[in-house]
Design a binder for this molecule. Structure first.
Ligand SMILES: [Zn+2]
Ligand SMILES: [Zn+2]
Length: 346
């Protein structure tokens, strides 16, 4: 049996680097050597809040190189640089017919508990879901494709145009990507609200026109917009108070897109939502085009890749302490994990 290093969740909020079996590609699968895998807020929640199932390997934001293929895989070769796109929708259900395959009613429920992820040297993926990494991108840049596709989907669902005044609440990796995608789409009147000074500074670096502290945002008036209302608001922090404040900033017919998840639930003044005819929607997955447009956008030069990704990659044994720093808001950009032990990183 071939073994590899992996960061395994062992329970009680603890990750351990262990030697586990290299996964076997099944029919139509490829084995991929992971280049980098980003730390997602979901992974941080699953570990630090002790939700993950002991024995699982997390990590889904990866890019890598094909290391082996099942015999009946066509069109790919060993050494190809790839990312893995979302599972396709059934094409027939109400969501698929409405152009929303990423919420296909026939898809299996996401199971974060039984998960074979990419905080490991190798992952297996279905060849049919692979996309080639464009030459312009390194693997660590291509590993941004999943959260970039999430940010693009949030912007698509919002209907934001260059005429809109936009607010983004929360400048962690998701808020920064939404800000960068808006900027790349020519939507320039973007304010970012964020309590952390390092994150506010990073928001300016990725395309925010101005940054504010959350306490600077005005409170709503009953039945009327605030003085400088926003047509579109993206709530990316997952905090209840930020969501309440975000909705307070909406103009007549304004739209709030909820992107950040969290435990504490916001209280919504339904009377004000009614009088202003606001829309409050959620964005979780991807546009119908999957990851292709996100790879194109990343390769186009229009995204500030250096400001979106933290400069130093972390090794498998550094993952847990770095997750704690992510949770504390110390690292504004996306942190990339290289699936090696720390003595191998230098
Ligand atoms: Zn993610
Ligand atoms: Zn479907």
């Amino acid at each position: 049996m071939r073994v590899m290093d992996a960061s395994v969740y062992v329970g009680d909020g603890v990750l351990e680097v262990q030697q586990v079996a290299v996964p076997e590609p099944g029919p139509g699968d490829v084995l991929i050597e992971v280049g980098q895998c980003g730390i997602c807020g979901t992974d941080v929640h699953l570990v630090l809040e002790r939700i993950a199932r002991p024995g699982t390997v997390l990590g889904h934001e990866w890019a890598g190189t094909i290391a082996a293929l099942d015999g009946d895989v066509d069109g790919w070769s060993i050494g190809d640089r790839v990312v893995c796109g979302p599972t396709p929708g059934c094409g027939e259900c109400r969501a698929c017919r409405a152009g929303r395959p990423s919420v296909c009613l026939a898809r299996p429920l996401p199971d974060h508990l039984d998960f074979r992820g990419a905080y490991a040297q190798y992952v297996v993926a279905a060849a049919a879901q692979l996309l080639a990494v464009p030459d312009e991108l390194s693997l660590r840049q291509a590993a941004l494709v999943e959260p970039t596709a999430v940010a693009m989907h949030a912007v698509t669902l919002s209907g934001a145009t260059p005429d809109d005044r936009v607010l983004v609440t929360g400048a962690g990796p998701v808020g920064l990507l939404v800000t960068a995608v808006l900027h790349a789409h020519g939507i320039s009147d973007v304010t970012v609200s964020e309590p952390s000074p390092v994150r506010r500074e990073r928001a300016l670096a990725v395309g925010a026109a101005r940054v504010v502290e959350p306490t600077e945002l005005p409170r709503s008036r009953m039945g009327a917009p605030v003085d400088e209302p926003c047509q579109i608001v993206f709530e990316c922090s997952g905090r209840a108070d930020a969501a309440e404040s975000a909705i307070d900033q909406l103009d007549f017919a304004g739209t709030c897109v909820l992107v950040g998840t969290g435990h504490d639930l916001p209280r919504i003044n339904h009377n004000r939502v009614i009088v202003l005819e606001n829309r409050i929607i959620g964005a979780y997955n991807y546009d119908a085009g999957g990851f292709g447009p996100a790879l194109e956008l990343l390769a186009s030069g229009a995204m500030p890749l250096d400001a979106l990704v933290e400069p130093t990659d972390v090794s498998l044994d550094e993952l847990l302490p770095v997750m704690r720093r992510c949770a504390a808001g110390e690292l504004p950009g996306k942190v990339m994990v290289r699936p090696v032990r720390s003595e191998e990183t230098t």
